[in-house]
Design a protein around this ligand. Structure first.
Ligand SMILES: *Cc1c(COP(=O)(O)O)cnc(C)c1O
Length: 360
């Protein structure tokens, strides 16, 4: 067996300890004589798995009691529609467009009401976060929407926007559990788990209880109504049971590592190794303004497409894989999520130094 350092943006690297544990439990989970994959979602064994996962997530994020945690299917993209369908009571929402994912959410919301683009960084290929201290928030906006960490462009909101009292909704897919968060500042936080938590196929929604109601846009399907899932403890229908189980293992792993304060420390340490090198390199350069740099997704370029392609090819051969950048940015992107060990980032930087020497 030979493992690579996997810099994929998602689905992405998982903690090796967790993969080993789930492998050990594959044929017989905790004396049940079956895999979690084979288990009824109505069984006591599974109820314990989902309850424990929720409790550990609540502990990690310090989620207040007046928020529900929902484990849903449809990925993060389904939330682009589910959010307006459930929250657009006045049929008005304000969107801050800082990348492709925010743009998709903004476009989807237009199907359900008046979605206003109140700020954008598209003028400079989404390489920065706009000033959000005094935006033209609509007086009747049902919520203000952000994508907190932009997976493709490598930017992160270091300061939340001033929503002037409106409910903040955030897509945190690629920064979920990467650092401590004050949940009470948001009405709804959601993220696809395949970036920084678990396997693909699930989204976690953390929603303040007063935002959950039967008063949704006419025609909203039962399955796309938050109340359906909140009332049923995420067991209205068969959930992605195996994914919930693996995510639960990752929550335990994060707790054993010291929780989100410690993850933040580690993530800052890892990101600094890479950004410091990029800032000193004569060949590679980061594409994001320093003050808005993500700790999770680090895009960089050489400025020469052929050189970029050569780098990606040689890095792959050296066991540093999935470094090709998104097609809209070009170049490279290293996603260095929670489960990427410091040794992986050090190996990448050592390889980049060597490549730089060889290609002067
Ligand atoms: C990957 C990603 C999505 C889309 O996730 P799916 O689960 O594939 O729908 C949405 N938002 C962000 C920030 C992402 O990184």
């Amino acid at each position: 067996m030979s493992r690579v350092f996997n810099f994929s943006a998602g689905p992405a690297v998982l903690p090796e300890e967790v993969l080993k544990e789930v492998a050990d439990e594959m044929l017989d989970y905790n004396g049940t004589g079956m895999s979690v994959m084979e288990m009824s979602h109505r069984s006591a064994a599974f109820q314990e798995i989902i309850d424990t996962a929720e409790k550990d997530l609540r502990d990690l994020m310090n989620i207040p009691d007046n928020y529900k945690v929902l484990f849903l299917q449809g990925g993060a993209s389904q939330q682009f529609a589910m959010i307006p369908m459930n929250l657009m009571k006045n049929k008005v929402a304000d969107y801050i467009v800082t990348g492709q994912w925010a743009k998709k959410a903004y476009q989807e919301a237009q199907k359900y009401g008046k979605a206003n683009k109140i700020a954008s960084s598209e003028d400079k290929t989404f390489s920065y976060i706009p000033d959000c201290s005094d935006l033209p928030i609509s007086p009747d906006a049902d919520y203000v929407y952000i994508c907190e960490n932009n997976t493709i462009y490598g930017t992160k909101f270091k300061k939340l926007p001033n929503t002037k009292g409106k409910t903040l909704v955030a897509d945190v897919s690629s920064c979920f559990l990467s650092e401590p968060v004050d949940v009470s500042k948001y009405g709804l936080i959601y993220g696809g788990v395949q970036k920084n938590i678990g396997p693909a196929g699930m989204v976690i929604v953390i929603i303040r209880e007063d935002l959950i109601s039967e008063d949704v846009l006419p025609g909203t399907p039962t399955m796309l109504t938050y109340k359906t899932h909140a009332d049923a403890g995420s067991l209205y229908n068969t959930p992605n049971a195996y994914c919930i189980y693996v995510c639960g293992k990752v929550f335990k792993w994060l707790k054993s590592m010291g929780g989100l304060e410690e993850m933040k420390r580690r993530n800052e340490e890892k990101a600094k190794i890479l950004y410091d090198f990029l800032d000193s390199s004569s060949l590679f350069k980061g594409t994001v303004v320093p003050e808005d740099r993500s700790l999770m997704n680090v895009p960089f370029v050489t400025g020469d497409k052929e050189m970029d392609a050569k780098f990606v090819k040689e890095a792959t051969a050296a066991g540093l894989v999935n470094l090709k950048g998104h097609r809209t940015v070009g170049g490279m992107r290293a996603s260095i999520y929670n489960a990427m060990p410091k040794a992986g980032v050090e190996a990448l930087v050592a390889f980049m130094k060597k490549f730089e020497e060889e290609n002067k």
